[in-house]
Write a protein that binds this ligand. Structure first.
Ligand SMILES: NC(=O)c1ccc[n+]([C@@H]2O[C@H](COP(=O)([O-])OP(=O)(O)OC[C@H]3O[C@@H](n4cnc5c(N)ncnc54)[C@H](O)[C@@H]3O)[C@@H](O)[C@H]2O)c1
Length: 346
């Protein structure tokens, strides 16, 4: 078996670009070659920042959606925010304007010409059901898991889901960094487990990163790719190594920004302004960490550190201390109006 693609880099002649052949590129959404039926219903687990955005996105795109959260307060918050967002989309007549717009540097860049009519808004609300019981996931075609970034907790959930969902259902994880192969090993259907990594906020960001575990089948990949495209996303494919593409590169940058602050290289304002104006990023790395959630950033750094075994991925002590102190960023602010976001720390 050939493991090396043999493709030569234009930039560094002689350097092989990929150690593993990517066979993800060809697939068809018209069912060509695949045996898996089209995805019509979705179960989303976790009604936090990501799960509620994914559920909303799926519902406005005409899919039947169940949203579950083990915390009743989180579930009711998700219900309220999704309903009011859909309502505001209807009143503004725009499909992609969502709750999270203030996060973006220039939200208008992300608006499209799509309209959410009153009828479509009502249909989306009707398509989305909220449940405190996973037993309601019995008939869904795919589950997208968006709970806490912990391998242990996710594995327990995958084992449970495996015993609830129908035989043909796909189990997808929105994990930022955790091994899909290991999550799949907690189920009896490793060929039907895949990484479907949405960016934050899911209704707006254009990308879904798809990660195949060691045993993910071609049918599972094709069905997931078709779903992402139906939701209006572009995809990139990553092999199953800690952090995949996006967080393998993004999180060490955020961690380094914390190191710069920690060691007194510059103020938080200058670190963010430097990266925004100097490298044309829409927001600085510290501000971005604030939006992602410092707890999520720390969990991802721990996965990179453990999974890649290199001390360069060790989390910055300042990031650890903020999380220990419960300073998680904007998500905390949403819970408690008095809570301080990262921007106001120091
Ligand atoms: N925050 C981001 O920018 C971002 C971006 C991409 C991917 N992700 C990934 O998405 C996932 C969720 O992140 P988030 O930022 O939405 O987190 P969050 O803290 O906002 O939400 C997580 C939700 O999951 C619920 N939950 C926890 N354990 C559960 C369980 N066993 N069963 C059911 N519900 C449970 C919690 O009550 C909470 O409402 C993580 O894996 C994260 O790494 C996050």
């Amino acid at each position: 078996m050939t493991l090396f693609s043999g493709i030569k880099s234009e930039i560094l002649p002689g350097v092989k670009l990929s150690p593993i052949r990517h066979k993800n590129r060809q697939s068809s959404c018209d069912g060509g070659g695949g045996h898996m039926a089209e995805i019509r219903s979705v179960g989303v687990v976790g009604g936090g920042q990501m799960g509620s955005g994914i559920a909303q996105l799926a519902a406005v795109n005409g899919l039947e959606v169940w949203l579950h959260d083990s915390d009743p307060t989180a579930l009711s918050k998700a219900h309220q925010s999704i309903s009011s967002t859909i309502q505001s989309l209807v009143s503004k007549g725009r499909l992609t304007k969502v709750l999270f717009v203030p996060v973006l540097a220039d939200p208008l860049d992300f608006l499209t010409d799509n309209f959410l009519t009153k009828e479509k808004g009502a249909e989306a609300v009707r398509m989305l059901k909220y449940t405190s019981s996973l037993e309601d996931f019995g008939s869904v075609d795919i589950v997208i898991e968006a709970i806490v970034e912990s391998e242990e907790v996710k594995k327990k959930l995958f084992t449970l889901l495996d015993s609830i969902v129908k035989e043909s259902a796909i189990l997808a994880s929105n994990t930022s960094s955790i091994s899909i192969t290991r999550l799949a090993s907690a189920t009896s259907r490793p060929t039907q487990v895949i990484g479907m990594h949405f960016m934050n906020p899911p209704p707006i960001m254009k990308l879904v990163e798809i990660i195949r575990g060691a045993n993910t089948s071609e049918d599972t990949f094709n069905a997931t790719k078709c779903l992402a495209e139906r939701l209006g996303k572009k995809i990139v494919c990553s092999q199953d190594f800690s952090g995949f593409i996006i967080n393998r590169i993004l999180m060490p940058m955020i961690n380094e920004a914390f190191h710069a602050l920690y060691t007194g290289v510059a103020t938080k304002e200058d670190i963010d302004a430097g990266m925004k104006l100097g490298t044309n990023h829409p927001m600085g790395p510290l501000e971005l960490a604030d939006h992602i959630g410092l707890d999520v950033c720390l969990s991802i750094m721990k996965v990179l550190h453990a999974g890649l075994g290199d001390s360069k991925y060790a989390p910055c002590p300042l990031l650890v201390q903020y999380v220990d102190a419960g300073r998680l960023g904007r998500k905390k602010e949403l819970d408690d109006i008095e809570a301080m976001s990262f921007i106001s720390l120091n």
